[in-house]
Design a protein around this ligand. Sequence first.
Ligand SMILES: NC(=O)c1ccc[n+]([C@@H]2O[C@H](COP(=O)([O-])OP(=O)(O)OC[C@H]3O[C@@H](n4cnc5c(N)ncnc54)[C@H](O)[C@@H]3O)[C@@H](O)[C@H]2O)c1
Ligand SMILES: O=C(O)C(=O)C[C@]1(C(=O)O)C=C[C@@H](O)C=C1
Length: 301
Amino acid sequence: MPFRKVAIIGLGLLGGSIGLAVREHLPGVATTGYDADSEVRERARELDLAQTIADDPAEAVRGADLVVLCVPVGAMRGAAQAIAPGLSEDAIISDVGSSKQRVGKALAEELPGHHVIPAHPVAGTEQSGPDAGFASLFHQRWCIVTPPEDADAAKVAALVKFWKSLGSTVEVMDAAHHDMVLAVTSHIPHLIAYTIVGTASDLEEVTRSEVIKYSAGGFRDFTRIAASDPTMWRDVFLHNKDAVLEMMDRFQADLGSMRDAIEADDGEAMFDLFTRTRAIRRSILEQGQDDARPDFGRGHE
Ligand SMILES: NC(=O)c1ccc[n+]([C@@H]2O[C@H](COP(=O)([O-])OP(=O)(O)OC[C@H]3O[C@@H](n4cnc5c(N)ncnc54)[C@H](O)[C@@H]3O)[C@@H](O)[C@H]2O)c1
Ligand SMILES: O=C(O)C(=O)C[C@]1(C(=O)O)C=C[C@@H](O)C=C1
């Protein structure tokens, strides 16, 4: 492994999981952690999420050859400013943020002359906080690395190797492309879940208790997604605004077409779409990229 010491800034679901995963998969690699919230630091010590938990961000990154920022995307710039005084010259500074263009720009602006290589493990749950982390989170999951054009190839290779060691399949991609793809596959689905659960709870004739009572089926899946962390997702929508708005326009147009099909009793249009979407789900299952993988979901519902 090209790294001797990994510093993790932000010790919630992602940061905690990285700490636990490094201990399991890379036992020779030292870990330090820091979180802006002193209660999270305390809990991280109890849970042993990293070998050392520092009370100061610059102290946490001192001597680290890989620093991974695991804070909400809106907090990345501030976290970069806070670690700057402690960074080694040849350290890689990466992150796990769900949107990449603005995060990459903020990190590059705050850390000129450093090796900034953003990344996004496409792995998570609706849970947050230090108790939510688990070592197998990244198993059989994509991790998308979005290096700037002038990135040092050896440093990119080292980061790719790190994520592979934690069980991920790695793809290197342009940040703008990442943001467009993830807007469709992750950000808009969360927006739809937040909206539909909000709509259901707002409806006067569907009381809150009935929403809970009858949510055993498909609606329950939406409520899981809609329970995701409000700070994280507010930041994602604001930081990937352009791609999210573009995809929302597409989605609204498609929703309008579906409305027209229902109004016109056009069963064929509906049947064709539902057949296509069923095939997509089946191909996802065939590729093994699903919650049905053996070590996922248990104990994290
Ligand atoms: N939750 C997911 O499913 C998921 C999946 C992939 C990527 N991500 C990304 O990972 C990042 C972290 O998400 P999470 O789910 O672990 O959130 P989380 O709420 O579980 O943890 C975030 C932690 O960051 C800390 N923090 C906030 N500002 C800080 C700062 N300036 N310095 C140090 N610590 C700070 C918070 O106190 C909190 O403990 C986000 O950027 C998110 O977009 C999340
Ligand atoms: O499974 C979930 O609960 C998730 O929402 C995980 C999920 C996703 O949309 O796939 C959420 C945000 C991330 O940036 C990566 C993964």
